[in-house]
Design a binder for this molecule. Structure first.
Ligand code: ME8
Length: 631
């Protein structure tokens, strides 16, 4: 059992938490749960950043003292984490005494390192970022590159930390430890920041009053960012050199979005180098969750209505969508229509129906879970796939590829659906085939048990529901086939993801339902609203294989790569393209079309083509990465 310490950023309390905060926290939660499943000794930290000028100003605006304001805002974060089923071990508040004492101890150590000196500072400051914007990043308009708000000119006497002294050591550390910064693009970004030279940074503010005083000069308040970074150690009991601190420091993963990787991957390690403390093992800066292509923002009031979506689809569907839809290092546009499609296809259809169907057959034909006594076609393949599914998960999780991890589990879910189909298990109830039926149902339930264990880090409530329906009381290992006991009673099986039709979805979205009359008239004249157009998920894909479909002269069966997954499509282009001519071509597909079965072949999407006398495949002017959205 090894120690695994994962952290989220501590979020500012100057506004309510939004989907972006939920995204990081759910991802960190899935990681923590995955490591618990692997029997590691896990410590998962999240919390709030309660000091600084930003929070002070928000308190003033609300007519409260800063402490009262924090006491009012912090429970909003803890309530959301409860609702999202976040399994943190500690929730840090930076106004706590534990943090204050730990921060003072760290600041004293930093001062004693000889790398702190007094100087004066002037420059353009962004209040929402709480940082001076370096000369190199300034535009003529003097606008913050992140918040797009005007910068303030600030002049102060400050204490400085000799960050520049650590440039070479940081460079060497990042080069020697390729996994230190994830993803690669962020690592390269920071390497180029280092190449262009680091400046010393100010670590105190004399103009700010809401924060922790420097232990070596009480006239100054520690800069909120320097204070916040220390929380990762103070939360463990750094102040008293506690057992927990000694077990879990250094952190395995600091998780965050790309906006703040620089603080975590350059400034924080330099502070630790100065105080001779070990560095965190990985700094992970995922992409932005966007809405209509724009980053969510408290200051710019760009939000996603997560309440409606959780109410409509349930928490686990929301968690599933966030983790399955986006590639973690890249930005991802949040679309309720995609959540709807994933709910019906992956959750209701693939997983929910499978469970329901298998339980139904067990209940109809047996008193309890039957014993597997025969062996037949596909059994070994299914058992082997359980093992390969487990084996592949580690690799995906280590690469923070939550999307690939879930896709791998769903390939297994779909394989079990095919197993039920291929064996036509429902036809085997006659006495001479009943033992074969029992074996197939046992195998299917055992696969579902393993699936429930594997999905538990991502959709924990669903995992519990599946286990309960199968009649299990405890989670057993997923690495061993055959742990499912024979002879226990299974439940009747309520659908775990009842299908949600579009009409119901529209009702749940008041904005869409309450369209003005004029819009309806436009609709009848065949115009499509922008919102409707946006529901289409068009993606760049590459054709990997193509073959004719027996008995269908116009159709070809295609295998395409959409970047994060492979799909099978049926296209009516056989009269215009030979299979060989198609292989390797980049095309555009409609990725969120409901799957259809055409001439007994499943088609998961549609390929776009100009269609007149001739049929010509649509493609982009230049090749783009697979999976790129086309709008
Ligand atoms: O920066 N997409 O707090 P903060 C994805 N207090 N993630 C997002 C996001 C989006 N659109 N918007 C926010 C601070 N996040 C400091 C941190 S840590 C020592 C101090 C998430 O409230 C993401 O994790 O501005 C991002 O890094 C973090 O919220 C910023 O939170």
């Amino acid at each position: 059992m090894s120690a695994f310490y994962v952290t989220t950023p501590i979020y500012y309390v100057n506004g309510e938490p939004h989907a972006g905060h939920a995204y990081t926290t759910i991802a960190a939660d899935a990681l923590a749960r995955y490591h618990r499943l692997k029997d590691n000794d896990v410590f998962f930290l999240t919390g709030v950043d309660e000091h600084g000028a930003n929070v002070h100003k928000a308190a003033e605006d609300a007519g409260l003292t800063p402490q009262n304001y924090c006491d009012k805002m912090t429970p909003i974060f803890t309530a959301l984490w409860k609702r999202l089923n976040i399994s943190h071990d500690i929730f840090m508040r930076t106004t706590s005494n534990m943090h204050k004492r730990g921060a003072e101890k760290f600041l004293t150590a930093l001062y004693n390192s000889g790398d702190v000196y007094k100087g004066s500072y002037e420059g353009y400051y962004c209040r929402p970022c709480e940082r001076f914007i370096p000369e190199k990043e300034l535009t003529d308009e003097k606008i913050c590159p992140i918040h797009k708000l005007p910068l303030e000119w600030l002049e102060e006497e400050n204490y400085f930390f000799k960050l520049s002294k650590y440039q070479d050591r940081l460079l060497a550390h990042i080069r020697e430890n390729p996994r230190f910064i994830y993803p690669e693009s962020r690592r390269n970004e920071l390497l180029s920041v280092l190449d262009s030279g680091l400046e010393d940074i100010s670590i105190s503010r004399s103009s700010v009053s809401w924060g922790i005083s420097l232990p070596f000069d009480s006239e100054h308040i520690v800069y909120v960012w320097i204070e916040a970074l220390m929380n990762y150690m103070t939360a463990l009991g750094y102040e008293t050199d506690s057992e927990r601190y000694r077990t879990f420091w250094p952190a395995n993963v600091h998780m965050m979005a790309k906006d703040i990787t620089r603080f975590h991957a350059l400034i924080w390690p330099a502070m630790l180098m100065a105080t001779n403390l070990p560095l965190p093992k990985q700094v992970v800066g995922h992409g932005w969750l966007t809405k209509d292509g724009e980053a969510l923002s408290k200051t710019r009031r760009i939000f996603i209505d997560i309440d409606t979506d959780i109410e409509t689809y349930g928490l686990d569907a929301f968690r599933y969508y966030l983790l399955r839809e986006f590639s973690f290092g890249n930005d991802g546009d949040y679309r309720p229509a995609r959540l709807h499609a994933r709910y019906n296809a992956d959750l209701a259809n693939d997983l929910g129906n499978l469970l329901n169907r298998v339980l139904g057959l067990v209940n109809k034909n047996f008193e309890a879970i039957p014993e597997p006594t025969t062996s037949g076609e596909f059994d070994d393949e299914v058992k082997a796939m359980a093992q390969t599914t487990v084996d592949q998960l580690d690799t995906h999780i280590e690469a923070f590829a939550f999307d690939n991890a879930l896709e791998t589990i769903w390939e297994f879910v779909r394989r079990i659906n095919r197993y039920v189909q291929q064996t036509q298990v429902w036809t085997l109830a006659k006495s001479e085939t009943k033992s074969r039926m029992g074996t197939i149902l046992y195998n299917s339930l055992e696969a579902l048990r393993i699936i429930s264990v594997l999905i538990s880090p991502f959709v924990p409530d669903t995992a519990d529901k599946i286990q309960k329906q199968i009649g299990l009381e405890e989670f057993e290992t997923a690495t061993e086939w055959g742990c499912l006991p024979v002879g226990i009673k299974v439940s009747r099986g309520e659908p775990i993801f009842p299908r949600i039709d579009t009409k119901k979805q529209k009702q749940a979205q008041p904005k869409a339902a309450a369209k003005p009359k004029q819009k309806t008239e436009q609709k009848t004249s065949d115009l499509v609203s922008f919102a409707d157009f946006q529901k289409l998920d068009l993606r760049v894909a590459r054709i990997l294989a193509a073959e004719p479909i027996e008995g269908a002269d116009r159709l070809l069966k295609l295998q395409v790569d959409v970047g994060t997954e492979k799909r099978q499509l049926v296209a009516g282009i056989a009269e215009h393209y030979t299979p060989d001519a198609l292989i390797g071509k980049q095309v555009i597909i409609v990725a969120n079309l409901e799957p259809a079965t055409i001439r007994n072949v499943e088609s998961q999407g549609m390929i776009l083509a100009g269609s007149g006398d001739a049929v010509v495949l649509a493609t982009l002017e230049k090749e783009m990465p697979l999976g790129t959205q086309v709008r």
